[in-house]
Each structure stands twice: as structure tokens, then as C-alpha cells.
Ligand binder design. Structure first.
Ligand SMILES: Cc1ncc(COP(=O)(O)O)c(C=O)c1O
Length: 396
């Protein structure tokens, strides 16, 4: 196999030394399939890291993007608005029962906004000492400095401790002290921790607490866990809700921090008071991305996406149960269509072997992930598990 080293492109979370670009170059996507430069068809078993919802290049989303691109490609939201961003804000707030939507581009940007909103909220509420943040064990909220601070990733702390701030662990000392601004949680499942399931009782303690409650649904939102948003299954209503990834159906970068009215109201005042939210990104509320998101929400109804997600979850659950006794499987974990198979062995090698069998996934340590597009058929789910069983059989 010829090694093709790239001259200029630097890939995220990838050791570039010796990276063989020829092995993983995707040139086309259609439905649940990615096509690589060598002409191989790959089932996108990880939804391109939890973004793709209705499949790649869904004609309706492509059409919505193309149509919007001819009308208004971009106009800043700094002191101005556009009808597409307004409509999307309304749709998202009504779906999530929140009051206002603040747009950004990637998930981590939505988290950064939530952090700053929480700090300023408490300044307005007359409790400026509330500046601390609490997160779950094993948390992951993104790679920017604030989001890394809220993450419980040893490597982040070891390497970037100098540019992150101190936080506390939920359930640990000081989690509800009077200096806590907000508790941030991933509902039901911590995807980046290897599809680590969070016991529902964990969320009980978040009802009626003084600090704000931030739910990070960047990975779990848009049907992945069976409901439109995973928080619906926790019985807790967040004060702030961060969305990203699947928000556009997976086609374009867009994220949102949704808030409830009391949070928003804390930022209202006379211009000279300087209490407006001092935060914003150039492409916030980009009309093309918002048009893709609106079309994606339409598809949820028309293609009965949540019903399809339920069928995928049932089929995957049955196949996962059959793997539990496999000597190479330590544990299978599932929250709806978010599935992790913790193996005894090298997750990377298993993922590579799966690639050879036409299934693209990316391992998290020794956890093989299966987070399929919600447009997947039961046959495709079966084919993935057949391939995984095949790979495990030759590894035994
Ligand atoms: C729960 C969670 N929060 C935040 C992020 C960061 O999102 P992004 O990669 O779009 O910045 C991720 C990404 O995987 C995530 O899973």
C-alpha cells in the first residue's frame, strides 16, 4: 500500500507522523455511505463523529442549502438579524421548551457561550461570587480553553493546565457551595468517555438547585438517544442547553446555546449599562447553515426519524446482547442509537479491520463505537454487527 503524506493539511486528534492519507480519503457521501479515494464504499457507522442524522448529502438538505445560498449567503448577527436564524431560533426553542437561542459554529463555542452567560447571569443576580463550575466525572465538553476546563480528561489537564481554570466534580466536595455558577452535565450518556452511561439517579440531584444547570446535548441531541433531546428522559429541565453536531442534519457547522427567560433577562438593560452579552462569532446564525437545520427538522417529521431511531436501537440492542458473552467483549453499552462495545484488545486494530470490511468507525481507546446515521436500515445495523463479530472471531 502506497504511503501518501500530506504536504499542508493538519488533521485534528491525529498523529501526522507517518499518516497514510491514501488509506482514509473520503471523496463522496451518499446516504449512510462514504466513498473513499480508492473507490471503496464505507458504511458510516459513527455518523462522522455523531453529526450525520438523515444520511450524507440528503437531497432535501442539499436543496435547502443551494436555495439559501442564492438568496442570502451570510449576514452578521452582530446588531442585525435574518429571517432564517429567527425561524430556527423559534423552532428550536419550541422543540426544547426554552426561550432564546444564541448561535455559534461548533459545539465547543456553544459551551464557551454557556460559561460566560452563567458567570454574567450571577453578576446581575447580585451573587458575583458564583464563578465556579461543576461537571461529571469523565466529562467532555470540547477542546477550547473553557470547554477543556469543564472536561475531566487527564491529558487536557496535564498538558494545558496553564490555560484552563479549576473546576469541581459533581458528587464531590463543594459541588453545591455558594460560589458555584453552574453544573454542566451530559444527559444519559458521555459519548467521548466511551459511551459511558450515566445512571438516571445522577440527574435527580439537579432539581431545584441554586446553581444554573447546563445540559450539553451536543452529542446526544437530535434523536440519538431516542427522544429529540436526551434531557427529556431525565425529568430535569435545564437552564441552558447546548446543541451542535446533528443540528444541521450533519451538513454544516452550527451550534446553539438555548436559555430560559431568566438567564436572557439578566442581559437586558440600557446600552450605557454594558450588560449585553459580550460574545459573538463571525458566522453566528449563518443563513445557509440555519436553512440546513430547518430542513433537517422538517425531515424529522416527514421521515419519521425518531421512529427509525427506535428501530435501530432495538435491532442494535438485540445484537449487542448477543455479544455480551463474547470472550473479547468486556462490556456493551447503549443509550438509544449511541453504542459502545468495550473490547479486550486493541480498539484501533478492530476499527481498522472493520474498515477493511466496509465499516467506518473510530475507536475511543478500547471502545468500538456504533453511532449510526438515523436513516440506517435494520439490514445495515445487522451488517455492522456481522462485521464486528467477524473481526472478533479472527481476533480470538
Ligand atoms: C458532549 C460534547 N460536548 C461538546 C463537544 C464539542 O463539540 P465540537 O467538536 O463541535 O466543538 C463534543 C464533541 O464531541 C461533545 O461530544
Amino acid at each position: 500500500m502506497k504511503l501518501r503524506l500530506m504536504a499542508h493539511l493538519w488533521l485534528p486528534f491525529t498523529q501526522m507522523q507517518g499518516f497514510d492519507a491514501g488509506a482514509r480519503t473520503f471523496v463522496r457521501g451518499q446516504g449512510t455511505t462514504l466513498f473513499d479515494a480508492r473507490g471503496r464504499r464505507l458504511y458510516d457507522a459513527v455518523s462522522s463523529i455523531w453529526t450525520t442524522i438523515h444520511g450524507h448529502c440528503h437531497p432535501r438538505i442539499v436543496e435547502a442549502i443551494a436555495h439559501q445560498a442564492t438568496k442570502l449567503d451570510h449576514a452578521t448577527l452582530l446588531g442585525a438579524t435574518n429571517p432564517v436564524a429567527e425561524e430556527l431560533a423559534e423552532r428550536l426553542c419550541s422543540l426544547a421548551r426554552m426561550d432564546r437561542a444564541f448561535f455559534a459554529s461548533d459545539g465547543a463555542s456553544a459551551i464557551e457561550a454557556a460559561v460566560k452567560m452563567a458567570v454574567q447571569y450571577w453578576q446581575s443576580a447580585g451573587e458575583p461570587q458564583r464563578t465556579r463550575f461543576v461537571h461529571l466525572t469523565g466529562a467532555y465538553h470540547g477542546d477550547t480553553a473553557g470547554a477543556m476546563s469543564l472536561s475531566d480528561i487527564a491529558l487536557f489537564k496535564a498538558r494545558f493546565g496553564s490555560v484552563t481554570f479549576e473546576t469541581r466534580i459533581y458528587g464531590g466536595d463543594g459541588a453545591f457551595e455558594e460560589d458555584v455558577a453552574a453544573v454542566i452535565v451530559e444527559p444519559l450518556v458521555q459519548a467521548a468517555a466511551g459511551m459511558r452511561l450515566v445512571p438516571p439517579a445522577t440527574y435527580e440531584g439537579l432539581r431545584d438547585i441554586e446553581p444554573l444547570v447546563i445540559f450539553d446535548e451536543i452529542a446526544t441531541g437530535f434523536g440519538r438517544t431516542g427522544t429529540m433531546f436526551a434531557f427529556e428522559q431525565t425529568g430535569v429541565t435545564p437552564d441552558l442547553l447546548c446543541l451542535g453536531k446533528g443540528i444541521t442534519g450533519g451538513a454544516l457547522a452550527l451550534s446553539a446555546t438555548l436559555v430560559r427567560a431568566p438567564v436572557y433577562d439578566a442581559f437586558l438593560g440600557e446600552p450605557r449599562e454594558l450588560v449585553q452579552f459580550f460574545h459573538g462569532h463571525s458566522y453566528a446564525g449563518n443563513p445557509i447553515a440555519c436553512a440546513a437545520a430547518l430542513e433537517s427538522l422538517e425531515l424529522f417529521g416527514e421521515e419519521r426519524t425518531l421512529e427509525r431511531a427506535a428501530a435501530i436501537a432495538r435491532r442494535a440492542g438485540t445484537r449487542l446482547a448477543a455479544l455480551h458473552t463474547h470472550p473479547l467483549v468486556r462490556e456493551g453499552r447503549q443509550a438509544g442509537t449511541m453504542i459502545g462495545v468495550e473490547v479486550r484488545g486493541d480498539g484501533r486494530r478492530i476499527a481498522n479491520d472493520l474498515y477493511g470490511r466496509g465499516h467506518f468507525t473510530r475507536p475511543i481507546g478500547d471502545v468500538v463505537q456504533f453511532v449510526p446515521p438515523l436513516s440506517s436500515t435494520e439490514e445495515e445495523v445487522n451488517a455492522f454487527f456481522d462485521a464486528l463479530e467477524g473481526v472478533l472471531a479472527v481476533s480470538s
